[in-house]
Design a protein around this ligand. Structure first.
Ligand SMILES: [Zn+2]
Length: 216
């Protein structure tokens, strides 16, 4: 028995997101989509987020350009340009808790995730920072990720997993993965394990320092 919260990052993608939504709808599973602002601004893609939201999924912010973990970037105004601009683009699509997921750059957790300015931007803007505790690597192994994902679920009581609604074929295995989860007694839920949230509605926890460059 285990709990599993699913999240889908890096969309919306016309060739991947609708299929993911179809599988989730058929199974009655609610999740969160962390979208890239620049993609959201492309023609036709906003409708994918509107559909997701209408079907009960939460929509979060996953930076404007997704061009590297924020803690590794030195340019001024990176927080406003990456986080604030995306939040503005989300508008009414945004979850009320203003969910933000930093880019991991391969999935690692650490002080490369945020700059001190970005952490302060999230606090002042009353964001909730949503990390993860399972990265099965669907983007680099579109065929083999699902078996790894099941093992990751079995290894801990509550998994917050990062998957990607990208057009690389990996999501063809989503339905089969969810069959395996069900066979193993997994329970799907939409809320997040508290350990994965270093900032909740703008309030930072002690753990935040682990994810801010220069503060670790
Ligand atoms: Zn990402």
């Amino acid at each position: 028995m285990f709990d599993l919260t699913l999240t889908f990052d890096n969309g919306p993608e016309p060739e991947a997101t609708p299929g993911v939504l179809d599988v989730l709808a058929r199974r009655g599973i609610k999740t969160t989509f962390f979208v890239i602002g620049k993609k959201l601004a492309e023609p036709g893609r906003r409708a994918l987020c509107e559909r997701a939201r209408a079907e009960g999924h939460r929509i979060g912010n996953h930076t404007w350009t997704h061009s590297g973990p924020l803690g590794a970037r030195a340019e001024a105004d990176v927080a406003a340009n990456e986080i604030g601009r995306t939040q503005d683009a989300l508008g009414a699509l945004s979850d009320p808790h203003r969910l933000f997921r930093p880019q991991g750059g391969g999935g690692a957790l650490g002080p490369h995730l945020l700059t001190a300015d970005a952490a302060e931007f999230l606090r002042r803007g009353r964001y909730t920072c949503v990390l993860w505790n399972a990265i099965p690597g669907d983007w680099r192994d579109p065929e083999g990720w699902a078996a790894r994902a099941v093992e990751q679920c079995k290894a801990q009581p509550w998994t917050l997993m990062v998957l990607h609604d990208l057009p690389n074929g990996a999501m063809r295995h989503l339905d089969g993965f969810l069959d395996k989860v069900a066979e193993a007694g997994g329970r799907l839920r939409q809320d997040f394990p508290p350990d994965c949230l270093p900032i909740v509605d703008g309030v930072a926890k002690e753990t935040l320092g682990r994810f801010v460059r220069g503060k670790e």
